[in-house]
Design a protein around this ligand. Structure first.
Ligand code: MG
Length: 468
């Protein structure tokens, strides 16, 4: 009588298991959800990192992040501070969550329609991660509304140390602006703080947060005030680069990234922490030698040409991202929240968002399906991109009329764009309008833009507005 095959294989398996030693215990240790750090620079251009081609700024720590992680070459922010922060923290296009434009501080410079902030009905990234058990901390510039109802502690952050908005919004820059508060939680710890210390103070608070939360899953959001003008460095970085104050400022931010990486290593958190580095918009070009570089791209901050919105994006996560990954797929700040939801198991917000889960792009350097990207500026849909093609709808835009240097502001002039079609693969600088050569492509992209914008106008939600 023959032994049935299944019995034979069971017998063999039990014999093998007797003679095979059990695997070492550490191979069985489950890897928990990753810790998350997002470092957000302010007004740093695409060309202001070594691995993005800077010829004047040394960024060894950012370059190391690229070598050990992922670099994206087609990553988009929005044209200015508040909209980009809204997109990062909600996963939605800025108009959808009622933050279409820069939010102003109190004062006669800014009319009532500039006085708003993030609505409590939105689910923010830290609120989402708290549902998965994360400790959440923010250090740096907020700029999603400076009212008690709209500050970070009301929107998912356990801790906050930083400024409510931009570092140029203070009476030294314009006497009509109120004193600029530096906050620790809800408490004002300084008015018009010494900005030479901002980057180093932020860094120390960030390190303190990592030390205090090393035993739990954490999310740290470090939103530097620099290199938004006025530019300042600590004493150790002044004149260090040999290429002027702007380069000194970026080198100090790069050193700050280095300190975070060293802290993760020291705390043995290095392997399972995702650290993301990106910027909120392109360079403020009228500031001349105090502005960054948009690299090969046209225009800068405040515009929907590539120089205004294409920014560096680096992500390092030793256990999750293959070292040395580079990807050219378009992606944007709206994708960060849904990607982190997928990587942490946190539930997505209940209300509609726009971003996509790009976890396979991080884990396997796998480009997502080609989908349209919409270039929103001040609530207006200026342009749409699908794959290699970008169509500008006619809109008014600003360009540099006069550059000033050493911290002085130059001036812009304004004109109307045409219906402009660019092939971003062959013409990343948006110099050769080929709309007449490709009328079908123009029609296709125009139809996409019209349909999406009509939907956005129907679906957009209200921000918080203070009672007057
Ligand atoms: Mg900015």
């Amino acid at each position: 009588m023959h032994v049935p095959k299944i019995l034979a294989s069971l017998l063999l398996a039990s014999l093998l298991s007797c003679s095979t030693p059990p695997p070492p215990a550490e191979a069985e240790t489950p890897v928990g959800p990753p810790n998350i750090i997002i470092v957000f620079a302010d007004d740093q251009g695409y060309g202001d990192v070594g691995v993005y081609g800077s010829t004047r700024i040394r960024t060894p720590h950012l370059d190391r992040m690229a070598a050990e992680g992922l670099k994206l070459t087609n990553f988009y922010a929005f044209p200015s501070c508040s909209p980009s922060r809204a997109a990062l923290l909600t996963g939605a296009y800025p108009p959808r969550v009622g933050i279409p434009d820069v939010i102003g501080p109190e004062g006669p410079n800014w009319t009532a329609n500039k006085q708003y902030g993030i609505n409590a009905t939105e689910t923010t990234l830290p609120e989402m991660l708290k549902q998965a058990g994360y400790a959440t901390g923010m250090v740096g510039k907020w700029h999603l509304g400076h009212f008690p109802e709209t500050m970070p502690l009301r929107h998912g952050f356990d801790e906050f140390f930083g400024l409510p908005y931009s570092n140029d919004m203070h009476p030294g820059n314009d006497p009509l602006w109120p004193d600029l508060p530096l906050l620790d939680g809800d408490e004002v710890v300084a008015l018009n703080p010494d900005q030479r210390e901002l980057t180093s103070r932020y860094t120390q608070r960030a390190i303190q947060f990592l030390e205090e939360h090393q035993d739990t899953s954490f999310f740290l959001y470090l939103a530097h005030s620099m290199p938004h003008v006025p530019l300042f460095t600590s004493d150790g970085f002044r004149d260090r680069s040999g290429f002027g104050t702007y380069a000194d400022v970026i080198e100090e931010i790069d050193a700050s990234v280095g300190e975070l990486l060293a802290t993760l290593d020291r705390l043995e958190l290095d392997e399972n922490t995702i650290i993301i580095y990106t910027s909120d918009n392109g360079p403020w070009l009228t500031y001349g030698n105090h502005a960054g570089s948009a690299g090969p791209f046209r225009e800068g901050k405040g515009t929907t040409y590539e120089g205004g919105m294409r920014v560096p994006f680096l992500a390092r996560w030793p256990t999750g991202i293959p070292a040395g990954s580079v990807n050219h797929a378009p992606a944007s700040l709206t994708d960060v929240l849904p990607t982190l939801a997928a990587l942490t198991g946190a539930p997505l917000p209940e209300r509609a968002i726009d971003g996509r889960d790009l976890s396979l792009l991080l884990r396997e350097n796998q480009a997502p399906a080609v989908t349209p990207f919409y270039y929103y500026r001040s609530g207006n849909l200026d342009a749409v991109r699908l794959g290699r093609w970008k169509l500008h709808l006619p809109h008014n835009f600003r360009y540099v009329d006069r550059v000033a240097n050493d911290g002085n502001r130059g001036s812009y002039a304004y004109r109307d764009s045409e219906l402009e079609l660019y092939d971003l693969y062959g013409d990343p600088g948006e110099r050769y309008n080929v709309a007449e050569e490709f009328p079908q492509k123009v029609a296709e992209l125009e139809a996409l833009a019209e349909a999406f914008h009509a939907r956005m106008l129907r679906e957009k939600r209200e921000p918080f507005r203070p009672a007057r």
